[in-house]
Design a protein around this ligand. Structure first.
Ligand code: DGY
Length: 332
């Protein structure tokens, strides 16, 4: 018998985070490079006091209900739409996540997708690699013409930490910036750089639109067929938040018709993207495999914070980054 809490980690993590966790816990690690199937997840979580999970693990009420010893859940992600938060709160289980540490890295990718989609960088790369840049073609006046980013209007759908970091980058590129959010928090250092817009105004006036709301019941399908049709003709859409916010089929249709000129997408309604997705056949879409936070330093910081959350909770302390602070008897 040991008094060290048992923790199930659903993936081997790069760096030293798991070694740190193993200093104070008995660690059971899912050693495969695949998501634990639901039955295996349920079995391993049922025996655990702590769970270290990824955004690909579905932590629902049934799973939590089958784990009577579970005292803490910590996800290596800022988004917690894969976790039934009310169910965890009802059981008094704190849920840790990783806000802050991935803000700038994700904003970098949002801006990379914006630039790549605007200036057709992947198309141009394919053009050269596939040997299509050949004599007599040298410099063509109409080759791969894209859209100017400078001087254009960027609409931010949501203005949390990542949206704000994208706004700062847009300011550096000489863009006009507008934002929509249900909770209009004070603009602070963004005062003078951006102004608030109503939802329909944002859709109608943005040359570029970047999605930064969390996926929740109120934002699922926020960019539905109606909203996409209301976007400025020729606009470019960037999504590094969650795929479920956008109606993917309606987006593919708008891109195929050229009503939306291009898109840069890092997240999808179903991941990995279905090989039959119409998006794959569209040259005007830049696709990346959910790598918003994927820099070495940021992934290490995410893993470290997730471990800190778990260790704190299992030692009876408050998690440094808790997504359901109501469990501590006070609101966020
Ligand atoms: C998160 O942490 O929610 C991100 O989507 C990971 O890149």
């Amino acid at each position: 018998m040991t008094d060290r809490p048992r923790v199930f980690a659903t993936r081997v993590l790069p760096g030293s985070a798991l070694a740190e966790l193993a200093r104070s816990c008995d660690l059971d690690v899912w050693a495969e490079r695949s998501i634990p199937p639901p039955a295996a997840l349920a079995e391993r979580v049922a025996a655990a006091e702590g769970l270290l999970c990824l955004l690909t693990d579905r932590i629902d009420a049934a799973l939590l209900g089958g784990a009577p010893r579970l005292r803490a859940v910590s996800s290596v992600s800022v988004g917690i739409d894969h976790i039934d938060l009310p169910a965890a709160t009802a059981r008094g289980i704190p849920v840790g996540h990783t806000p802050g540490v991935l803000t700038e890295t994700t904003a970098d990718l949002a801006f990379a997708l914006l630039l790549a989609a605007a200036r057709r960088v992947p198309e141009a790369d394919r053009f050269v690699r596939e040997g299509r840049w050949r004599p007599p073609q040298v410099w063509e006046p109409d080759l791969l013409l894209g859209r100017d980013v400078h001087g254009a209007t960027l609409g931010l759908l949501g203005l949390g930490a990542i949206g704000r970091a994208v706004a700062r980058r847009a300011g550096g590129f000489g863009m006009r910036v507008r934002a929509w959010s249900r909770s209009r928090r004070p603009l602070g250092d963004l005062e003078g750089l951006l102004r608030w817009a109503e939802f329909d105004e944002l859709l109608a006036t943005s040359d570029f639109m970047s999605v930064h709301v969390a996926l929740a019941p109120g934002t699922r399908g926020l960019l539905d067929a109606r909203a996409l049709a209301a976007m400025k003709p020729g606009a470019v859409l960037v999504n590094t938040a969650r795929g479920g916010i956008v109606d993917e089929e309606a987006l593919a249709a708008a891109l195929a018709e050229g009503r939306i000129a291009a898109a840069g997408l890092d997240v999808f309604a179903g991941e990995p993207l279905d090989p039959g997705s119409p998006l794959l056949a569209l040259p005007n879409v830049v696709l990346t495999p959910h790598i918003g936070s994927a820099s070495q330093a940021t992934r290490a910081r995410m893993a470290a914070l997730a471990v800190e959350n778990l260790v704190a909770a299992l030692a009876g302390r408050r998690m440094p980054a808790c997504a359901n602070p109501d469990v501590y008897g006070q609101s966020r």
